[in-house]
Design a protein around this ligand. Structure first.
Ligand code: TPP
Length: 339
């Protein structure tokens, strides 16, 4: 097998390890489908020149944020990055507001000042601010949120998502260390999607798995197939229970594949065709859809109606975003910490 096929994960059919009702299955499929539809449209809008600035997508990684977030309590926090849009949809974020951010429109709270992929909303959605563009900085800050929960004697946890490349900067290790020493309620999710920009893991770490790195901190870990939403949930349930029980941090590494470039400006020319094809045959959205209609008891018409509904929500989101005005120039410095 070539090195990009993760050990023990060569499967194209899903099998849940829990009994899920029809509604629970739909609740997993819908955010994944919506994220895929939303991001496919966003990429097209970017190529049409309708979105200015860079666009980053989580295409191919939808099962991870969906599976993990679906098991959390509403008052747990998630610290998300560019690949976690599906997790926002699990939390009920309105696609119209996300699209308006990408269009840079005049909309609270930042009035066009943030990229579409960052959303800070602790109150309604429990999504922590992406306060710092430095990779891995949200691991120590995630530990900070977890420390606050501990000090207030709350049973909440913080889940910090990040990529394989972000496990090489020093921030990652400081975050792991402080979380481990104080047994903080922090769950770290590594989406090992095969590349950090154009760099494969073998060129930026001397061990095979990111999970091997957590052992030095005494942090337990598990490795799973990130394209299998049922496997994501199975591993995440164990990890969440461990963290919530006060045992300290836990690290989950999911092998997956970034089906688009680092951003839409990147043509992925460095990705071998065979690697791309292997992963495309195991597309997480397609695998779940196939499960729903072939074993999950949902009719093709029911699933097609969900697909159609997602298309319509994205149509409405684009219409809504374009109907909003651009920010007024005299508000450019408002809400800016220091000028
Ligand atoms: C400290 C630091 N170095 C470099 C960058 C530029 N940068 C942003 S994302 C990225 C790659 C991230 O790779 P990975 O963590 O694997 O996440 P992925 O993009 O694959 O989801 C780089 C190098 C940065 N933001 N911070």
């Amino acid at each position: 097998m070539t090195e990009y096929v993760p050990t023990g994960m060569d499967r194209q059919a899903l099998q849940p390890s829990e009994n899920l009702s029809t509604q629970q299955l739909i609740d997993l499929y819908r955010p994944m489908r919506l994220a895929r539809t939303f991001e496919t449209r966003l990429g097209r809008l970017y190529r049409q020149g309708k979105i200015t600035g860079a666009v980053y997508l989580g295409t191919g990684q939808e099962a991870i944020a969906t599976g993990v977030t679906s098991l959390l309590n509403p008052d747990d926090y998630i610290s998300t990055v560019a690949r976690n849009l599906a997790g926002w949809f699990v939390r009920g974020v309105d696609p119209r507001h996300v699209m308006a951010r990408w269009f840079g429109r005049d909309q609270a709270p930042s009035h066009g000042k943030e990229l579409g992929l960052f959303l800070a909303d602790l109150g309604q959605y429990g999504i922590t601010p992406y306060h710092n563009g430095s990779m891995a900085a949200w691991i120590p800050s995630g530990a900070g949120f977890a420390l606050a929960f501990r000090q207030r004697e709350e049973s909440r946890i913080n889940v910090a998502f990040t990529g394989d490349g972000a496990t090489s900067p020093g921030d990652f290790y400081e975050g792991l260390n402080i979380a481990a020493i104080h047994k903080l309620p922090l769950l770290i999710i590594i989406e090992n999607n095969g590349y950090a920009y154009s760099t494969p893991p073998a060129q930026q770490m001397p061990v095979k798995n990111v999970a091997d790195r957590s052992a030095a901190f005494g942090i337990p870990s598990a490795i799973g197939f990130g394209n299998d939403v049922f496997e994501v949930r199975r591993l995440a349930r164990t990890a969440i229970d461990y963290v919530r029980a006060g045992h300290g941090p836990y690290l989950l590494e999911f092998k997956c594949f970034r089906m688009r470039g680092h951003g839409e400006h990147d043509d992925m020319g460095y990705v071998p065709d065979a690697q791309r094809a292997w992963w495309e045959q195991r597309d997480p959205v397609v695998m779940l859809r196939t499960y729903l209609t072939e074993q999950g008891g949902l009719s093709e018409a029911t699933v097609a109606a969900i697909d159609q509904d997602c298309e319509q929500l994205v149509d409405e989101a684009v219409e809504y975003a374009q109907s909003l005005p651009l920010p007024k120039p005299d508000t450019a410095l408002q809400g800016v910490f220091k000028v």
